[in-house]
Design a protein. Structure first.
Length: 155
């Protein structure tokens, strides 16, 4: 979709569109036998960052989808602050990623499925920047199914 495609649509359609793109990133992780979480950063209807879990490939516990997307976005826009941006991520961020989002001052985080065990909400919901809006449950079933299938195959 181009920049103008969302001019006359509702915000829910926009969130679903971008979450589907985050799911496509999660599929890349799945194809590499990584935990299938994907993320994109959108600024003014333009994708400025993408990422998916790369912890196995890089042997790095910090190589989460969100961290990859934040780095990519900062490089694209030429600055570390993502004030006019939205992070779309298939699974609720962990404490580390929520903390990193604080430092980016991202305007909005939209996630798919909750992560009851390791998600930041169950640990400390106040980790986000005070101006960051949070929305969950976008395509939650699809996002959760990727994770359930991945871990079912591992067991």
């Amino acid at each position: 979709m181009s920049f103008y495609d969302f001019e006359h649509t509702n915000p829910e359609d926009e969130d679903i569109h971008y979450m589907k793109l985050a799911l496509a990133e999660a599929q890349k992780a799945l194809a590499e036998d990584e935990i299938p979480i994907g993320a994109i950063v959108v600024c003014k209807n333009r994708i400025v960052g993408r990422g998916y879990n790369l912890t196995e490939r890089f042997n790095d516990v910090t190589a989460h989808a969100e961290m990859q997307a934040f780095t990519s976005a900062a490089q694209t826009i030429g600055g570390k602050y993502l004030r006019d941006c939205t992070l779309y991520v298939t699974i609720e961020p962990c404490v580390m990623c929520a903390g990193a989002s604080y430092w980016t001052q991202i305007s909005r985080i939209v996630y798919g499925a909750r992560e009851e065990k390791r998600g930041f909400i169950s640990k400390n919901a106040s980790l986000l920047h005070p101006k960051t809006e949070l929305k969950g449950g976008v395509l939650a079933d699809q996002c959760a199914l990727l994770m359930k299938d991945f871990f079912a195959r591992k067991r």
